[in-house]
Ligand binder design. Sequence first.
Ligand SMILES: Nc1ccn([C@@H]2O[C@H](COP(=O)(O)O)[C@@H](O)[C@H]2O)c(=O)n1
Ligand SMILES: O=P(O)(O)OC[C@H](O)CO
Length: 319
Amino acid sequence: MGSANGLVNVQSNQPLFSFGVITDVQYADIPDGRSFLGVPRYYRHSLLVLQRAVKKWNHRRPNFIMNFGDIIDGFCPKEQSLDAVKKLVMEFDNFNGPVYHMIGNHCLYNLPREKLLPLLRIHSHNDHAYYDFSPIPEYRFVILDGYDISAIGWPKDHPKTLKALKFLNEKNPNSDKNSPNGLVDLERRFLMFNGAVGKEQLEWLENVLSDATRLNQKVVVCCHLPLDPNASSREALLWNYDEVMEVLHRYSCVKVCLAGHDHKGGHSVDSHGIHHRVFEAALECPPGTDAFGCVDVFDDRLSLSGTDRMKSTEMIFCR
Ligand SMILES: Nc1ccn([C@@H]2O[C@H](COP(=O)(O)O)[C@@H](O)[C@H]2O)c(=O)n1
Ligand SMILES: O=P(O)(O)OC[C@H](O)CO
Protein backbone atom coordinates (compact mmCIF):
# COMPACT_ATOMS: atom_id res chain seq x y z
CA MET A 1 0.00 0.00 0.00
CA GLY A 2 1.44 3.43 -0.98
CA SER A 3 1.37 6.66 1.04
CA ALA A 4 1.42 10.41 0.17
CA ASN A 5 5.24 10.59 0.21
CA GLY A 6 5.54 7.49 -1.98
CA LEU A 7 6.98 5.31 0.77
CA VAL A 8 5.40 1.97 1.53
CA ASN A 9 3.27 2.12 4.66
CA VAL A 10 4.61 -0.96 6.44
CA GLN A 11 2.52 -0.22 9.57
CA SER A 12 -0.83 -1.14 7.97
CA ASN A 13 0.51 -4.61 7.04
CA GLN A 14 1.45 -5.37 10.62
CA PRO A 15 -1.36 -7.18 12.49
CA LEU A 16 -2.33 -5.92 15.95
CA PHE A 17 -2.36 -9.57 17.04
CA SER A 18 -3.11 -13.04 15.64
CA PHE A 19 -4.95 -16.15 16.76
CA GLY A 20 -5.10 -19.76 15.60
CA VAL A 21 -8.42 -21.49 14.79
CA ILE A 22 -9.58 -25.11 14.54
CA THR A 23 -12.96 -26.78 14.96
CA ASP A 24 -14.75 -30.13 15.15
CA VAL A 25 -11.70 -32.27 15.81
CA GLN A 26 -14.15 -34.92 17.09
CA TYR A 27 -11.35 -37.33 17.95
CA ALA A 28 -12.20 -40.92 18.88
CA ASP A 29 -10.00 -44.01 18.92
CA ILE A 30 -12.32 -45.82 16.49
CA PRO A 31 -12.18 -46.72 12.78
CA ASP A 32 -13.15 -44.18 10.11
CA GLY A 33 -16.88 -43.71 9.54
CA ARG A 34 -19.39 -41.44 7.83
CA SER A 35 -21.89 -38.73 8.74
CA PHE A 36 -25.62 -39.47 8.44
CA LEU A 37 -25.44 -38.07 4.91
CA GLY A 38 -22.45 -40.26 3.98
CA VAL A 39 -19.58 -37.77 4.32
CA PRO A 40 -16.40 -39.62 5.43
CA ARG A 41 -15.20 -38.93 8.99
CA TYR A 42 -11.64 -39.74 10.11
CA TYR A 43 -11.84 -40.04 13.89
CA ARG A 44 -8.18 -40.96 14.52
CA HIS A 45 -6.63 -38.83 11.79
CA SER A 46 -8.21 -35.66 13.23
CA LEU A 47 -5.69 -35.90 16.10
CA LEU A 48 -2.89 -35.69 13.52
CA VAL A 49 -4.56 -32.60 12.03
CA LEU A 50 -4.51 -30.99 15.50
CA GLN A 51 -0.87 -31.98 16.03
CA ARG A 52 0.15 -30.46 12.69
CA ALA A 53 -1.86 -27.33 13.56
CA VAL A 54 -0.04 -26.92 16.89
CA LYS A 55 3.32 -27.39 15.17
CA LYS A 56 2.49 -24.71 12.62
CA TRP A 57 1.09 -22.33 15.25
CA ASN A 58 4.24 -22.72 17.37
CA HIS A 59 6.26 -21.76 14.32
CA ARG A 60 4.03 -18.83 13.37
CA ARG A 61 3.43 -17.74 16.97
CA PRO A 62 -0.14 -16.40 17.08
CA ASN A 63 -1.04 -14.81 20.43
CA PHE A 64 -3.63 -17.46 21.34
CA ILE A 65 -5.66 -20.37 19.95
CA MET A 66 -9.42 -20.77 19.70
CA ASN A 67 -11.01 -24.23 19.57
CA PHE A 68 -14.58 -23.93 18.27
CA GLY A 69 -15.86 -27.07 19.98
CA ASP A 70 -16.53 -30.80 19.58
CA ILE A 71 -13.05 -31.72 20.84
CA ILE A 72 -14.04 -35.45 20.87
CA ASP A 73 -16.78 -37.37 19.07
CA GLY A 74 -20.02 -38.82 20.38
CA PHE A 75 -18.90 -42.28 19.22
CA CYS A 76 -15.94 -42.19 21.62
CA PRO A 77 -16.48 -45.19 23.96
CA LYS A 78 -17.91 -43.57 27.10
CA GLU A 79 -15.43 -45.24 29.47
CA GLN A 80 -12.71 -43.41 27.47
CA SER A 81 -14.40 -39.97 27.37
CA LEU A 82 -12.58 -38.43 30.31
CA ASP A 83 -9.13 -39.59 29.20
CA ALA A 84 -9.86 -38.64 25.58
CA VAL A 85 -10.78 -35.05 26.53
CA LYS A 86 -7.67 -34.83 28.76
CA LYS A 87 -5.49 -36.19 25.94
CA LEU A 88 -6.85 -33.68 23.44
CA VAL A 89 -6.55 -30.74 25.87
CA MET A 90 -2.90 -31.76 26.38
CA GLU A 91 -2.37 -31.72 22.62
CA PHE A 92 -3.76 -28.17 22.50
CA ASP A 93 -1.54 -27.26 25.45
CA ASN A 94 1.55 -28.11 23.40
CA PHE A 95 0.89 -24.69 21.91
CA ASN A 96 3.17 -22.12 23.57
CA GLY A 97 0.40 -19.76 24.65
CA PRO A 98 -3.20 -19.52 25.86
CA VAL A 99 -5.91 -21.78 24.39
CA TYR A 100 -9.61 -20.87 24.59
CA HIS A 101 -12.12 -23.72 24.23
CA MET A 102 -15.80 -23.77 23.32
CA ILE A 103 -18.24 -26.60 23.99
CA GLY A 104 -20.13 -28.42 21.22
CA ASN A 105 -22.82 -31.10 21.10
CA HIS A 106 -20.26 -33.93 20.86
CA CYS A 107 -18.47 -32.75 24.01
CA LEU A 108 -21.82 -32.94 25.81
CA TYR A 109 -22.63 -36.44 24.49
CA ASN A 110 -19.51 -37.58 26.37
CA LEU A 111 -19.45 -35.67 29.65
CA PRO A 112 -21.83 -33.60 31.76
CA ARG A 113 -21.04 -29.93 32.07
CA GLU A 114 -19.68 -30.12 35.60
CA LYS A 115 -16.99 -32.57 34.44
CA LEU A 116 -16.35 -31.06 31.02
CA LEU A 117 -16.01 -27.34 31.77
CA PRO A 118 -13.12 -27.58 34.29
CA LEU A 119 -11.21 -29.81 31.83
CA LEU A 120 -11.67 -27.16 29.14
CA ARG A 121 -10.79 -24.43 31.66
CA ILE A 122 -14.13 -22.68 31.09
CA HIS A 123 -14.81 -20.87 34.36
CA SER A 124 -18.31 -19.44 34.07
CA HIS A 125 -21.02 -19.36 36.74
CA ASN A 126 -23.56 -22.21 37.23
CA ASP A 127 -21.96 -24.51 34.66
CA HIS A 128 -22.57 -22.07 31.83
CA ALA A 129 -19.97 -21.87 29.08
CA TYR A 130 -20.17 -18.24 27.97
CA TYR A 131 -17.37 -15.80 28.69
CA ASP A 132 -15.46 -12.90 27.21
CA PHE A 133 -11.90 -11.65 27.11
CA SER A 134 -9.95 -8.75 25.70
CA PRO A 135 -6.57 -9.67 24.15
CA ILE A 136 -5.74 -5.98 23.57
CA PRO A 137 -7.71 -2.92 24.75
CA GLU A 138 -9.09 -2.33 21.23
CA TYR A 139 -10.68 -5.78 20.82
CA ARG A 140 -13.17 -7.91 22.76
CA PHE A 141 -13.94 -11.60 22.14
CA VAL A 142 -17.39 -12.79 23.19
CA ILE A 143 -17.85 -16.56 23.47
CA LEU A 144 -21.47 -17.72 23.41
CA ASP A 145 -22.83 -20.93 24.92
CA GLY A 146 -25.08 -22.29 22.14
CA TYR A 147 -26.20 -25.20 24.35
CA ASP A 148 -27.45 -22.99 27.18
CA ILE A 149 -30.99 -24.22 26.48
CA SER A 150 -30.42 -27.77 25.31
CA ALA A 151 -31.65 -31.33 25.67
CA ILE A 152 -28.03 -32.49 25.98
CA GLY A 153 -25.45 -31.72 28.67
CA TRP A 154 -27.71 -30.72 31.58
CA PRO A 155 -29.07 -33.32 34.06
CA LYS A 156 -32.22 -35.05 32.73
CA ASP A 157 -34.51 -33.28 35.23
CA HIS A 158 -32.81 -29.85 34.95
CA PRO A 159 -35.24 -27.01 34.06
CA LYS A 160 -33.12 -26.24 30.98
CA THR A 161 -33.42 -29.84 29.71
CA LEU A 162 -37.18 -29.77 30.27
CA LYS A 163 -37.49 -26.38 28.53
CA ALA A 164 -35.46 -27.63 25.54
CA LEU A 165 -37.49 -30.85 25.24
CA LYS A 166 -40.77 -28.89 25.39
CA PHE A 167 -39.46 -26.54 22.70
CA LEU A 168 -38.33 -29.46 20.48
CA ASN A 169 -41.69 -31.22 20.91
CA GLU A 170 -43.47 -28.06 19.76
CA LYS A 171 -41.16 -27.42 16.80
CA ASN A 172 -40.22 -30.89 15.56
CA PRO A 173 -42.93 -33.58 15.21
CA ASN A 174 -40.46 -36.39 14.35
CA SER A 175 -39.90 -39.14 16.93
CA ASP A 176 -36.14 -38.80 16.24
CA LYS A 177 -35.60 -35.20 17.32
CA ASN A 178 -32.39 -35.13 15.30
CA SER A 179 -34.35 -35.71 12.11
CA PRO A 180 -35.32 -32.66 10.04
CA ASN A 181 -37.77 -34.72 7.94
CA GLY A 182 -40.78 -32.62 6.97
CA LEU A 183 -39.35 -29.42 8.45
CA VAL A 184 -39.25 -26.60 5.92
CA ASP A 185 -36.40 -24.16 5.25
CA LEU A 186 -35.31 -22.40 8.48
CA GLU A 187 -37.45 -24.73 10.61
CA ARG A 188 -34.86 -27.44 9.85
CA ARG A 189 -32.69 -26.06 12.67
CA PHE A 190 -35.03 -27.40 15.35
CA LEU A 191 -32.95 -30.50 16.03
CA MET A 192 -31.71 -32.06 19.25
CA PHE A 193 -28.03 -31.59 18.26
CA ASN A 194 -28.56 -27.80 18.32
CA GLY A 195 -29.56 -25.47 21.15
CA ALA A 196 -30.34 -21.88 22.14
CA VAL A 197 -28.91 -18.91 23.99
CA GLY A 198 -31.09 -18.35 27.08
CA LYS A 199 -32.56 -15.10 28.42
CA GLU A 200 -29.87 -14.50 31.07
CA GLN A 201 -27.11 -15.04 28.54
CA LEU A 202 -28.81 -12.62 26.12
CA GLU A 203 -28.86 -10.00 28.90
CA TRP A 204 -25.18 -10.69 29.62
CA LEU A 205 -24.44 -10.30 25.89
CA GLU A 206 -26.20 -6.90 25.83
CA ASN A 207 -24.15 -5.77 28.84
CA VAL A 208 -20.86 -6.88 27.29
CA LEU A 209 -21.70 -5.17 23.99
CA SER A 210 -22.67 -1.90 25.65
CA ASP A 211 -19.44 -2.04 27.70
CA ALA A 212 -17.44 -2.71 24.51
CA THR A 213 -19.16 0.28 22.87
CA ARG A 214 -18.21 2.49 25.84
CA LEU A 215 -14.60 1.30 25.59
CA ASN A 216 -14.55 1.76 21.80
CA GLN A 217 -13.69 -1.92 21.30
CA LYS A 218 -14.31 -4.01 18.20
CA VAL A 219 -16.09 -7.28 18.96
CA VAL A 220 -15.60 -10.79 17.57
CA VAL A 221 -18.45 -13.14 18.54
CA CYS A 222 -17.61 -16.86 18.73
CA CYS A 223 -20.03 -19.78 19.10
CA HIS A 224 -19.96 -23.48 18.18
CA LEU A 225 -23.29 -22.97 16.39
CA PRO A 226 -23.53 -20.66 13.35
CA LEU A 227 -25.74 -17.55 13.53
CA ASP A 228 -26.37 -16.65 9.89
CA PRO A 229 -28.43 -18.81 7.47
CA ASN A 230 -26.34 -17.52 4.55
CA ALA A 231 -23.12 -18.95 6.03
CA SER A 232 -24.51 -22.32 7.15
CA SER A 233 -26.84 -25.23 6.44
CA ARG A 234 -30.29 -24.70 7.95
CA GLU A 235 -29.76 -27.87 10.04
CA ALA A 236 -26.74 -26.41 11.88
CA LEU A 237 -28.14 -23.03 13.03
CA LEU A 238 -28.60 -21.91 16.62
CA TRP A 239 -32.32 -22.31 17.46
CA ASN A 240 -32.67 -18.61 18.33
CA TYR A 241 -30.08 -17.25 15.92
CA ASP A 242 -32.63 -14.54 14.99
CA GLU A 243 -32.91 -13.25 18.59
CA VAL A 244 -29.11 -13.18 18.97
CA MET A 245 -28.67 -11.44 15.60
CA GLU A 246 -31.25 -8.81 16.58
CA VAL A 247 -29.01 -7.93 19.55
CA LEU A 248 -25.77 -8.01 17.52
CA HIS A 249 -27.25 -5.75 14.83
CA ARG A 250 -27.96 -3.03 17.41
CA TYR A 251 -24.25 -2.73 18.30
CA SER A 252 -21.95 -1.46 15.57
CA CYS A 253 -18.94 -2.66 17.60
CA VAL A 254 -19.73 -6.22 16.41
CA LYS A 255 -17.63 -6.87 13.31
CA VAL A 256 -17.31 -10.63 12.87
CA CYS A 257 -19.02 -13.85 14.05
CA LEU A 258 -17.04 -17.11 13.95
CA ALA A 259 -18.42 -20.65 14.34
CA GLY A 260 -17.98 -24.39 13.74
CA HIS A 261 -20.51 -27.30 13.69
CA ASP A 262 -21.45 -27.11 9.98
CA HIS A 263 -18.51 -29.18 8.79
CA LYS A 264 -18.36 -27.97 5.19
CA GLY A 265 -17.77 -24.36 6.33
CA GLY A 266 -19.16 -21.09 4.95
CA HIS A 267 -18.85 -17.32 4.76
CA SER A 268 -21.37 -14.48 4.42
CA VAL A 269 -21.78 -10.79 5.10
CA ASP A 270 -25.18 -10.11 6.65
CA SER A 271 -27.65 -7.24 6.11
CA HIS A 272 -25.84 -5.16 8.76
CA GLY A 273 -22.35 -5.74 7.38
CA ILE A 274 -21.25 -8.36 9.94
CA HIS A 275 -19.02 -11.11 8.55
CA HIS A 276 -19.95 -14.69 9.45
CA ARG A 277 -17.27 -17.33 8.96
CA VAL A 278 -18.04 -20.97 9.72
CA PHE A 279 -14.82 -23.02 9.80
CA GLU A 280 -14.27 -26.30 7.96
CA ALA A 281 -14.02 -29.36 10.25
CA ALA A 282 -10.75 -31.12 11.13
CA LEU A 283 -12.69 -34.41 11.37
CA GLU A 284 -13.49 -34.53 7.67
CA CYS A 285 -9.92 -34.09 6.41
CA PRO A 286 -8.86 -37.19 4.42
CA PRO A 287 -5.51 -38.56 5.68
CA GLY A 288 -2.65 -36.19 4.94
CA THR A 289 -4.89 -33.14 4.56
CA ASP A 290 -5.60 -30.40 7.09
CA ALA A 291 -8.15 -27.81 8.21
CA PHE A 292 -6.89 -25.13 10.58
CA GLY A 293 -5.90 -21.52 10.26
CA CYS A 294 -4.34 -18.39 11.62
CA VAL A 295 -6.25 -15.09 11.77
CA ASP A 296 -4.35 -11.80 11.61
CA VAL A 297 -6.30 -8.99 13.26
CA PHE A 298 -6.02 -5.43 11.99
CA ASP A 299 -7.83 -2.21 12.80
CA ASP A 300 -10.10 -2.63 9.76
CA ARG A 301 -10.21 -6.37 9.06
CA LEU A 302 -9.60 -9.98 10.02
CA SER A 303 -7.48 -11.94 7.59
CA LEU A 304 -7.72 -15.75 7.82
CA SER A 305 -4.85 -17.78 6.33
CA GLY A 306 -6.31 -21.25 6.02
CA THR A 307 -4.41 -24.50 5.57
CA ASP A 308 -5.64 -26.99 2.91
CA ARG A 309 -9.39 -27.44 3.39
CA MET A 310 -9.78 -24.31 5.49
CA LYS A 311 -10.33 -21.56 2.94
CA SER A 312 -8.43 -18.29 3.37
CA THR A 313 -10.84 -15.39 3.90
CA GLU A 314 -10.46 -11.61 4.03
CA MET A 315 -13.04 -10.07 6.35
CA ILE A 316 -12.89 -6.32 5.76
CA PHE A 317 -15.19 -4.53 8.18
CA CYS A 318 -18.27 -3.03 6.49
CA ARG A 319 -19.74 -1.19 9.48
N1 LIG B 1 -30.10 -34.85 7.52
C1 LIG B 1 -29.98 -35.47 8.70
C2 LIG B 1 -28.85 -35.32 9.52
C3 LIG B 1 -28.80 -35.95 10.71
N2 LIG B 1 -29.84 -36.72 11.12
C4 LIG B 1 -29.78 -37.35 12.46
O1 LIG B 1 -28.75 -36.75 13.25
C5 LIG B 1 -27.84 -37.73 13.73
C6 LIG B 1 -26.46 -37.16 13.72
O2 LIG B 1 -26.06 -36.87 12.41
P1 LIG B 1 -24.54 -36.99 11.90
O3 LIG B 1 -24.54 -36.50 10.48
O4 LIG B 1 -23.71 -36.16 12.84
O5 LIG B 1 -24.16 -38.44 11.99
C7 LIG B 1 -28.08 -38.93 12.81
O6 LIG B 1 -27.81 -40.16 13.45
C8 LIG B 1 -29.56 -38.81 12.49
O7 LIG B 1 -30.33 -39.33 13.55
C9 LIG B 1 -30.94 -36.85 10.31
O8 LIG B 1 -31.89 -37.56 10.70
N3 LIG B 1 -31.00 -36.23 9.13
O1 LIG C 1 -22.30 -32.14 15.17
P1 LIG C 1 -22.33 -33.25 14.16
O2 LIG C 1 -20.98 -33.77 13.83
O3 LIG C 1 -23.27 -34.33 14.56
O4 LIG C 1 -22.86 -32.65 12.81
C1 LIG C 1 -23.70 -31.57 12.82
C2 LIG C 1 -24.02 -31.23 11.40
O5 LIG C 1 -22.84 -30.98 10.67
C3 LIG C 1 -24.90 -30.03 11.34
O6 LIG C 1 -25.41 -29.92 10.03
